[in-house]
Design a protein around this ligand. Structure first.
Ligand SMILES: [Zn+2]
Length: 80
């Protein structure tokens, strides 16, 4: 699909890490499936991916570890 932001390239499927920081805790999920524009770098997450990712990140932050990391494929095999 054409990038609506820059109209310079086609969006491509990629896997990227997503990180959040809350209350001094850092949670990272690697290998999150999303689409990215190679021209301007804009990224898009599917709604179900975004919702699942939010649940995972909340759980990681709630674990109490200062930094928590996980891989998408280990946590959401059916959503990927
Ligand atoms: Zn673009």
């Amino acid at each position: 699909m054409r990038c609506q932001t820059c109209d310079q390239a086609e969006r491509v499927a990629v896997h990227r890490a997503k990180m959040v920081e809350r209350d001094g805790h850092v949670a990272v999920v690697a290998g999150v499936p999303m689409e990215e524009c190679p021209a301007c770098g804009e990224r898009w997450l599917a709604l179900d991916v975004a919702e699942t990712l939010d649940v995972i990140l909340r759980r990681l932050v709630a674990s109490g570890a200062e930094t928590a990391t996980a891989h998408w494929d280990d946590l959401a095999p059916t959503a990927a």
